[in-house]
Design a protein around this ligand. Structure first.
Ligand SMILES: O=C(O)[C@H]1NCC[C@@H]1O
Length: 345
């Protein structure tokens, strides 16, 4: 066979957001912690991420997860999250996909009606509870790492928009949060190209002005996501809101975004708009939903933090063998501006 690489991948999506999972073909990665493994992969071996996420094997709107043996002895498995522009420390849709694949393929034994596991991530240990029935994960709920606000009402000059007010918060990734209405925008699929373009413009402006750094893990720094938020409404007795998360290099998260939901919970709590234990339903631009709540509070460095819990669902879509023909002229794939938001020169 002329193949120089062959990977076993299970296709999966969580509430619309693709989070494929590599279940074979990659040996363990050097590193004593998942953060060290993340650094190793992103600096020394980034071709795996390029190979899987770039065209022709991947596309702009997808992620791929790499299951690894855990470093933390309390964990059942470890995993690294590959997104278009980076290895993310943590991701909600991706942990829901990874748990679903681990349990539905039997890599970790499923216990019905409830399976509890712990997953080692670059952001820390995350415990997960899956409701399982007839071999299927009906829901996956994860207890995310402490999430906190770095800045409320931070003002930043944005070319073409003037001064824009944003919140900056951590929910497993660093977020810029913008009230869509403050810019005369609505979270609406019809407005997608405009929302994405403006989001990327704001994100670049915030990046110039502010460098967020996690106080307990300086490796977690920089923004890759911006969330446009809509106000919180009461629906069927629950606090509910729509949001649209723009992931670099410029496309919507199809899910309500797990880490974005945690960052939003931190902001809502800091503003006194949500209390511990209250249910918060977060909806995506696709209309799908994550159900979340604050299970407690903590402190991270100088920041008051919330402990968020988020629940969603995932579905396996394929079992595939992804290969590299040794004569393929694009061993790391490619990106074209008709499908990928290309950064300005
Ligand atoms: O759910 C999340 O947290 C994410 N979905 C894709 C981008 C973020 O990692």
């Amino acid at each position: 066979m002329p193949f120089s690489r062959s990977l076993t991948v299970v296709g999966c999506h969580a509430e619309g957001e693709v989070g494929d999972v590599i279940t074979g073909g990659v040996l363990d990665v050097p590193g004593k912690t998942m953060q060290e493994k993340l650094i190793h992969m992103s600096t020394k071996k980034d071709h795996l991420r390029q190979f899987l996420l770039n065209e022709p094997r991947g596309r702009a709107s997808m992620n791929t997860n790499l299951i690894l043996p855990p470093c933390d002895p309390r964990a059942d498995a470890g995993f690294l999250i590959m997104e278009s522009e980076e290895y993310a420390p943590m991701s909600g849709s991706n942990i829901i996909c990874t748990t679903t694949v681990l349990l539905e393929t039997g890599m970790i034994p499923m216990k019905e009606p409830i399976t509890e596991i712990a997953l080692d991530t670059a952001a820390g240990l995350v415990t997960v509870t899956a409701e399982c029935e007839a071999g299927k994960c009906k829901t996956v709920e994860f207890n995310n790492v402490p999430s906190f606000v770095l800045e409320l009402d931070y003002k930043v000059p944005v070319p073409g928009l003037g001064e824009v007010t944003v919140d900056i918060a951590y929910g497993g990734m660093m977020y810029v949060l913008v009230d869509a209405a403050s810019l005369g925008l609505r979270v609406d699929n019809q407005e997608s190209p405009k929302l994405v373009e403006i989001a990327e413009r704001i994100k670049r402006a915030v990046e110039v002005a502010y460098t967020p750094v996690h106080p307990e893990n300086s490796g977690i720094t920089g923004f890759s996501v911006l969330a446009f938020t809509e106000p919180v409404r009461i629906e069927e007795g629950c606090k509910t809101s729509v949001n649209a998360v723009v992931v670099s290099p410029g496309r919507f998260d199809r899910s309500p975004c797990g880490t974005g939901t945690c960052a939003r919970l931190a902001v809502l709590h800091a503003r006194g708009q949500i209390k511990e234990g209250e249910i918060f339903k977060h909806r995506s631009i696709l209309g799908t939903e994550f159900i979340s709540r604050i299970r407690g509070t903590a402190t991270v460095g100088k920041y008051p933090a919330v402990l968020p819990t988020v629940k969603g669902r995932a579905w396996i879509t394929s079992f595939k063998q992804v290969v590299l023909d040794s004569t393929d002229p694009f061993p790391e794939g490619f990106r074209i501006g008709d499908q990928w938001h290309m950064p300005p020169n």
